[in-house]
Design a protein around this ligand. Structure first.
Ligand SMILES: Cc1cc2nc3c(=O)[nH]c(=O)nc-3n(C[C@H](O)[C@H](O)[C@H](O)COP(=O)(O)O)c2cc1C
Length: 345
């Protein structure tokens, strides 16, 4: 239904406009009596066997919605009806910011991919908190946090700390996003020494909270083996609760789209099918070389149940989707959950 009728119409329009239109449509439809129950009946797989305990939280199933879709935490209550086990909101920055100039979101239809250079457009911490106060408690919420684009390097930690403190009462786990290719002056966030300092600072605050929350690090798919070894060491040294692999890629190898069109599109993070194998490789490397010492959320190019199982078999404990949700529609969540279930039994 989605791929046959809805996607061909959606794909006629500007991707960012369609994103906002879909939000309004889902919000509107979810207010109609019975519709949320119908969505749940159609898309949810209810089975205790799908439950998974990871970093101290019990997920009702292992399929999550990746960060960047519900940046401002305005749709997570409604998205809970589409069968997800968790939704990650953000990236939230302390101050609201408009992000990069438009056009900044591009479909690569033949490659089943997306290039985006949104640049952390979001309404900011206070707005996210107001939205999260409306939580109906139906789903696990992750809080993905970052720094404002114009924050000076010496103040990066302050930005993460502000978001961490502000969102702490409202989310179930945190993600330190240090791997977005679309914000400038990112070099510091690739430096293992700085990452250790950042993680330690956030953990210090976490320990003072009555109910400490799991903290994960989100990494790029473009890290080489030496950098991945550094991540494994970093996790061992800081005891951070887990890693999300991966964010979008700056690599453009092996695409069907012509070079000319790629030039036209310009910079940005590539997501979807073209990054599937790279992100799975990262997951496998982290799992194998750490002796599966920490939880991993696998994300990048999951467009089918097979892709999701590949990530889980490579060492991921949970998976997330974004681009696959756009290309395949909400039934993908159910298909993955059914496949996981049949692998269990
Ligand atoms: C339009 C768009 C916006 C995104 N925004 C964010 C973001 O704000 N924070 C973040 O951590 N990841 C963001 N991501 C990355 C996704 O969460 C995910 O890691 C990546 O797209 C790979 O998964 P996929 O291939 O299933 O899309 C964004 C991705 C897309 C396509």
């Amino acid at each position: 239904m989605y791929k046959l009728f809805i996607r061909p119409i959606f794909f006629l329009f500007d991707p960012e406009k369609i994103h906002h239109f879909t939000f309004s449509l889902v919000k509107f439809m979810s207010k109609i009596p019975l519709i949320p129950a119908i969505f749940r009946a159609v898309y949810t797989v209810n089975n205790k066997k799908l439950e998974k305990k990871v970093f101290g939280l019990t997920f009702k199933n292992p399929v999550g919605l990746a960060a960047g879709f519900d940046k401002n935490a305005v749709l997570y209550n409604e998205l809970a009806n589409f069968g997800f086990g968790f939704v990650e909101i953000g990236t939230v920055t302390p101050k609201g910011q408009v992000g990069n100039p438009k056009k900044r979101l591009f479909r690569l239809k033949d490659d089943k991919g997306i290039i985006n250079r949104m640049g952390f457009n979001n309404e900011g911490l206070e707005a996210a908190i107001e939205q999260l106060k409306k939580n109906k408690g139906k789903i696990i919420i992750g809080g993905n946090i970052g720094k404002n684009t114009h924050t000076a390097p010496e103040n990066y930690t302050e930005d993460y700390v502000a978001c961490f403190k502000g969102l702490h009462p409202y989310v179930d786990y945190f993600v330190l996003n240090v791997s977005c290719p679309n914000v400038s002056s990112h070099a510091k966030l690739e430096d293992a020494e700085y990452l250790k300092e950042l993680i330690t600072e956030v953990q210090k605050i976490n320990k003072k909270e009555k109910e400490p929350k799991p903290i994960l690090l989100k990494i790029a798919p473009d890290l080489n083996n030496q950098q991945l070894d550094e991540i494994i060491q970093l996790v061992a040294n800081t005891k951070i609760d887990g890693v999300i692999a991966s964010n979008t890629s700056v690599n453009r190898e092996g695409l069907k789209i012509t070079n000319e069109k790629l030039q036209e599109i310009g910079n940005g993070g590539l997501s979807g099918q073209p990054i599937k194998d790279r992100s799975t490789k990262v997951i496998k490397y982290l799992a194998d070389h750490s002796n599966k010492a920490f939880p991993i959320i696998g994300v990048g190019g999951i467009h089918s149940e097979k892709d999701a199982l590949e990530k889980l078999n490579a060492g991921a404990d949970l998976v997330q989707i974004y681009t696959g949700f756009i290309y395949e529609g909400p039934s993908l969540v159910k298909r993955i959950n059914k496949a996981v279930l049949s692998q269990l039994s």
